[in-house]
Design a protein around this ligand. Sequence first.
Ligand SMILES: [Fe+2]
Length: 271
Amino acid sequence: MPESLLIAQISDAHVGTGPDFLGGRMDTRAALQRAVAHVAALDPAPDAVLFTGDLTERGTAAEYAQVAEALHALPMPVYAVPGNHDDPKLARAALPRCMPVAADAPDGACCYHQALGRLRLVALDSVVPRRSHGALLPSQLDWLATTLNALAGDPVLLFMHHPPLPTGLAAMDACSLLEGGDRLADLVRRHGRVQGLLCGHLHRPVQMLFAGVPLHVAPSVAHQIDLDLRPEAPLRVRLEPPKISLHRWRADIGLCTHLDYVGAFGEALAL
Ligand SMILES: [Fe+2]
């Protein structure tokens, strides 16, 4: 039987919104705790958890302490990338094992790679300081080119916060990855064994192809963005059931992605 790996993806927790967020109807700290408890109870257990950014709302040390406390319940490796609501330095200080930044990472970017079985996880840092949109700077794309060269022939799974393609969610498209996407696509094509690209940021589950490989955007473990595809749609939140993404990977199949509801929607009933 070929090796199979199970990877849970959680995203956009925004811990630190406070008790009055959305009229008191969304406690993001409790939402992350519920998602973590859900992942910890999965059988089979995931081999790793990827956290695709916006760990916190304001990027304060106190918020990261709450995230670290919540993630402590997970026995498997957790790897994270920062989102536009994060402070990458404070995040790394609070969660050093979740962000094992490569010694050769350029300009302090939170990029690194880790082995998970035969798969190579490669983290990219799409954060532009104090801006909501994302970018991959030439220095980081140079690092990625060198890294992918070193991983030639290995299956690679990329993850970062900002999706590199528009999705029709106009307000979010305006603040997705606005620089570096073309060269990223070129590097993905040239490597030839990239298994997929996992992102967050949209607070909605979205599947696309990017440079011929699966691009999966995970929903939020807290509040979702309203699904409104009108070009003039305002940015609104919808309190849909929180979800995580579960990726099963086999070398002979590639990625198979499931969405898994957190909480009461996760109850299984015998038929
Ligand atoms: Fe977010």
